[in-house]
Design a protein around this ligand. Structure first.
Ligand SMILES: C[C@@H](C(=O)O)C(=O)SCCNC(=O)CCNC(=O)[C@H](O)C(C)(C)COP(=O)(O)OP(=O)(O)OC[C@H]1O[C@@H](n2cnc3c(N)ncnc32)[C@H](O)[C@@H]1OP(=O)(O)O
Ligand SMILES: [Co+2]
Length: 140
């Protein structure tokens, strides 16, 4: 596996609406996408475009959301994960596991419509890493 483009930085927030206001009014973001629910991942998502990447605002969706505990520990929200593109998600998963890193669950469809996996922060220097298969059209 070769690490690919930084697709997005995931930012957990208790309120997407409040975070949108911060990125728009404080940071000057001009392209903010419509928020949408992503039930398979247990989050509501809103992408904020930057010139070379995206910020992915994520708010808990449902009682089993994987970000509930993170928000308990970080009530204001905070930087949650970084997402790199990979060519083949199944090959990436197999390689991570062969190298001894814990992959959290099976590949699931992520916010850009391609499969994603997560590598445990304990095996990646404290950073939760999402690997995302590059969209066939090359992405955003
Ligand atoms: C929409 C989609 C997309 O882009 O397509 C997404 O991104 S969805 C993004 C949301 N989905 C996910 O994150 C799915 C994968 N995540 C998970 O399975 C979970 O969140 C885990 C990463 C396993 C954490 O689980 P949980 O919060 O229940 O456990 P926990 O609080 O006991 O955490 C275990 C240890 O990991 C640390 N830890 C927890 N979350 C962390 C994070 N985001 N970054 C860095 N470290 C983190 C905790 O501080 C703790 O360390 P200590 O032991 O030292 O106290
Ligand atoms: Co993400």
């Amino acid at each position: 596996m070769t690490i690919g483009r930084l697709n997005h930085v995931g930012v957990a927030t208790p309120s997407i609406e409040k975070s949108i206001a911060l990125y728009r009014d404080l940071m000057g973001a001009t392209k903010i996408h419509e928020p949408f629910d992503l039930p398979p991942q247990g989050v509501r998502v809103c992408f904020v475009d930057t010139p070379n990447s995206q910020i992915e605002l994520i708010e808990p969706l449902g009682e089993n959301s994987p970000i509930l505990k993170f928000l308990e520990k970080n009530p204001l929200g905070g930087q949650h994960h970084v997402c790199f593109e990979v060519h083949d998600i199944h090959a990436a998963k197999a390689e991570m596991e062969a190298k001894g890193a814990k992959v959290l669950g099976e590949p699931r469809i992520g916010a850009h419509g391609t499969p994603v996996i997560f590598v445990h922060p304990k095996d990646m220097g404290g950073v939760l890493v999402e690997l995302m298969e590059t969209p066939k059209d090359g992405g955003h």
